[in-house]
Design a protein around this ligand. Structure first.
Ligand code: NAD
Length: 341
C-alpha cells in the first residue's frame, strides 16, 4: 500500500488541494497519508482536515500525524514538501530589508534577493529532510512545492544522497484553464503541450479538436485593453508563446518590468486587476490569516484598501498588522481616485 508523507502539512492550501487530488485516484484512495509539521496546532488542523476530506470522498485512507519527522517519513514511497521556513516573520524581513534599499519585489520567493534569503534558510532544512529520507525511505520520490523551486531542488540533488527529487508547480493547469476561458472553449476539450524548466514553462500548443487556439487568443487580447496591460500577455507578445507563470511572478523573473516607475505605471493598472504589484506575497499572507480567522478572503486591489485595513486590525502579529496597514495606506495614496475612504 502506498505511503505518502506531507512535510509542512500545516500549509492549509496545499494539504487541502493535494489530499483532494490524491484521494480521488482509485489507486491511491487507500493510501497512508503521513502528516508532519513542526507546529502542533497546524498539524492538528491538518489531521482534522485530512480525516474530513477522506470521509467526504469515501476514501479508505489511513491518516497519521507526526511531530517527529523521521517517524513521518519512515517507509514512505513519496514525500511531498510544502514547508515555509521562518513563516510570516521571515517573509516580512524578505520584503522589508530589500525595500529599505530600494529593491522592488512582487512575491520575492523564487529568485532575486527575496528568493536568495528564502533559499539560505530553507536549504539546510531540505537537506535535513533528504538526509532522513536516505536512512528511512531511500527509494522515495521527493516531490517539492516549496520555493525557491530551482535553488532548493538543485541544492538537494547536489548536496544529499537523494536524487529522486522533482519540483512541482500548479501554474500549468491554472494557466491552461484561464486560456480556455479566454478563448471560450470548454476546458475538458482543450489539449495542450507545455514545456520549460526552473519554474518557467510555456504553452507550446493549445488546441481543441485539432484547431490551434492561439489565433483566438490573439483576438481576445486585441479586444481587451486590460489584458494588454498584463505582464504575461506582454511576454507572450514578445516571445510568441504564453508563459505559465503569473504576471506577479513574471514581473520579477524579468528585471525589465519593474525597472522603472514608468513601466510599473504601465503594467500595474489593468482595469480588472492590478498587475506587476508589489508585495503580492504579503497579500496572500493576509488572505491566509483572515481565512484562518474565519473571515472572508481579502482582495487588495486599491478599491478594497479599506477592507484590508479592517483585516489588518484583526491580525494577531503586531508587526505584520502594522506592515499590512502601511501597504494599504500606500495603495490608497497611489491610486486615490479608486480608493474608498
Ligand atoms: N510550487 C508552487 O506552485 C507554489 C505556489 C505557492 C507557494 N509555494 C511555496 O509553498 C510553500 C508553502 O507556502 P504556504 O503559503 O502554504 O505556507 P504556510 O506557511 O501556510 O505553511 C507552511 C507550513 O510549513 C511548516 N513548517 C515550517 N518549517 C518547517 C519545518 N522545518 N519542518 C516541517 N514543517 C515546517 C509551517 O509550520 C507551516 O505549517 C512556500 O515555500 C511557498 O513559496 C509554491
Amino acid at each position: 500500500m502506498t505511503r505518502i508523507a506531507f512535510v509542512g502539512a500545516g500549509s492549509v492550501e496545499f494539504t487541502r488541494d493535494l489530499l483532494g487530488d490524491i484521494l480521488t485516484f482509485p489507486e491511491l484512495s487507500d493510501a497512508t497519508i503521513s502528516l508532519h509539521d513542526i507546529d502542533p496546532e497546524r498539524l492538528e488542523a491538518a489531521e482534522s482536515m485530512a480525516r474530513w476530506t477522506a470521509g467526504e470522498l469515501g476514501a479508505p485512507a489511513t491518516i497519521e500525524a507526526h511531530l517527529d519527522r523521521r517517524a513521518a517519513l519512515d517507509g514512505c514511497d513519496h514525500v511531498i514538501n510544502m514547508i515555509q521556513v521562518g513563516g510570516h516573520a521571515a517573509t516580512l524581513i524578505d520584503f522589508e530589508v530589500p525595500a529599505r534599499h530600494g529593491v522592488r519585489q512582487t512575491i520575492g520567493d523564487t529568485l532575486g534577493i527575496g528568493g536568495i534569503f528564502r533559499a539560505l534558510r530553507t536549504i539546510p532544512v531540505m537537506q535535513g529532510i533528504a538526509a532522513d529520507m536516505a536512512e528511512v525511505c531511500p527509494q522515495a520520490w521527493f516531490l517539492n512545492y516549496t520555493n525557491p523551486m530551482a535553488m532548493l531542488c538543485w541544492a538537494t540533488y547536489a548536496g544529499t544522497p537523494i536524487t529522486r527529487i522533482v519540483g512541482l508547480c500548479h501554474s500549468v493547469q491554472n494557466t491552461t484553464r484561464q486560456l480556455a476561458e479566454l478563448v471560450g472553449a470548454p476546458y475538458e476539450e482543450v489539449t495542450y503541450l507545455g514545456a520549460g524548466v526552473n519554474h518557467q514553462a510555456w504553452i507550446l500548443q493549445l488546441e481543441r479538436d485539432g484547431e490551434d487556439l492561439y489565433p483566438r487568443l490573439d483576438e481576445a487580447i486585441a479586444r481587451d485593453p486590460g489584458l494588454q496591460r498584463r505582464v504575461r500577455v506582454e511576454m507572450y507578445r514578445r516571445f510568441g508563446r504564453f508563459p505559465t507563470e503569473s504576471s506577479e511572478h513574471s514581473a520579477e523573473y524579468l528585471p525589465y518590468f519593474m525597472h522603472s516607475d514608468e513601466m510599473i505605471e504601465r503594467f500595474r493598472k489593468s482595469g480588472k486587476r492590478a498587475e506587476a504589484r508589489f508585495d503580492t506575497y504579503i497579500t496572500r499572507l493576509a488572505n491566509e490569516v483572515s481565512l484562518r480567522n474565519g473571515a472572508q478572503p481579502v482582495t487588495i486591489v486599491c478599491a478594497e484598501a479599506a477592507n484590508l485595513l479592517a483585516t489588518a486590525s484583526t491580525l494577531g502579529n503586531a508587526e505584520f498588522r502594522h506592515y499590512i496597514a502601511e501597504r494599504a495606506a500606500a495603495e490608497r495614496k497611489a491610486e486615490p481616485k479608486h480608493c474608498k475612504k
